[in-house]
Ligand binder design. Structure first.
Ligand SMILES: CC(C)(COP(=O)(O)OP(=O)(O)OC[C@H]1O[C@@H](n2cnc3c(N)ncnc32)[C@H](O)[C@@H]1OP(=O)(O)O)[C@@H](O)C(=O)NCCC(=O)NCCS
Length: 178
C-alpha cells in the first residue's frame, strides 16, 4: 500500500486513513456528467451508493488508489493511482496509471502533479518498470499528462462497449539499465 504522498500542493491518502466526510467530498466532486464524459460510456450522476458499490467491487485493488486532497483547504479533489489495466473489460495483467478529479479543479496542474507523484512512487519504491494508460481520443488533458510522463501511443482502437468511441492505448517502459 502506498504511504500518504505529499506534493507541493497536494496530499495523496490511502483509503485506510480517509474519513467518511472525505468520501462524501469525493462524491460531490464526481456527481457531474462532465467528469465521466471520457470514462467508459459515461454516466449522468454519481452518488454515495455508487461510491460504496465501486469500493466493494474494487476490493484489494483499492490499495493502490489514493484520494487526492488539496493541502491549502483540505478539499478532496479526486483520486489518482494504479489500477489493473483492462481491455474490453478483461484484465491484461498490466498496471494502469489513472486519475479522476472534480471539474472545479481541472486546468490547474493538479492532474499532472498527482500523476507524476504516483508514477515516481511506483517506479522508485515499487520497482514498476512498465505502465499503461488507456485514454479516449478527445480527452486531451489526460493525454497531455501521460505524454509529459514519457508514455507513447502503442495502439488506437474503437472501444468494444461503444465503437463510436476511440481509445488510445498509451504505454511507458523504463529505460533499460546498464
Ligand atoms: C484528465 C484530468 C485528470 C486532467 O486533470 P487536470 O488537473 O485538469 O490536468 P492539468 O491541469 O494537470 O493539465 C494537464 C495538461 O493538459 C492541459 N489541459 C488541461 N485542460 C485542458 C483542456 N480542457 N483542453 C486541452 N488541454 C488541457 C494542460 O494545459 C496541461 O498541458 P501541459 O502538459 O502542456 O501543461 C481531469 O480533466 C479529469 O479528472 N477529467 C475527468 C476524468 C478523466 O477523464 N480521467 C482520465 C480518464 S483517462
Amino acid at each position: 500500500m502506498p504511504p500518504p504522498l505529499v506534493t507541493e500542493r497536494l496530499r495523496l491518502l490511502p483509503y485506510s486513513v480517509v474519513t467518511d466526510a472525505q468520501l462524501d467530498g469525493l462524491v460531490t466532486a464526481w456527481d457531474d456528467p462532465e467528469v465521466w464524459r471520457y470514462v467508459g460510456a459515461g454516466r449522468d450522476s454519481f452518488s454515495r451508493a455508487d461510491l460504496d458499490r465501486a469500493m466493494r467491487r474494487a476490493g484489494e485493488h483499492l490499495r493502490d488508489e489514493l484520494i487526492v486532497v488539496r493541502t491549502g483547504d483540505g478539499v478532496v479533489i479526486g483520486v489518482c493511482g494504479l489500477y489493473p489495466a483492462r481491455l474490453d473489460g478483461v484484465e491484461t495483467g498490466e498496471i494502469e496509471l489513472g486519475y479522476r478529479f472534480g471539474r472545479a479543479f481541472w486546468g490547474q496542474g493538479y492532474g499532472a502533479e498527482a500523476a507524476s507523484a504516483v508514477m515516481r512512487w511506483a517506479v522508485q519504491e515499487q520497482g514498476v518498470t512498465s505502465l499503461v494508460s488507456n485514454i479516449q481520443e478527445p480527452n486531451i488533458a489526460s493525454r497531455k499528462i501521460v505524454e509529459r510522463l514519457g508514455f507513447a501511443v502503442r495502439e488506437k482502437r474503437p472501444m468494444a462497449l461503444d465503437p463510436a468511441r476511440v481509445e488510445l492505448r498509451y504505454a511507458w517502459q523504463a529505460p533499460a539499465s546498464g
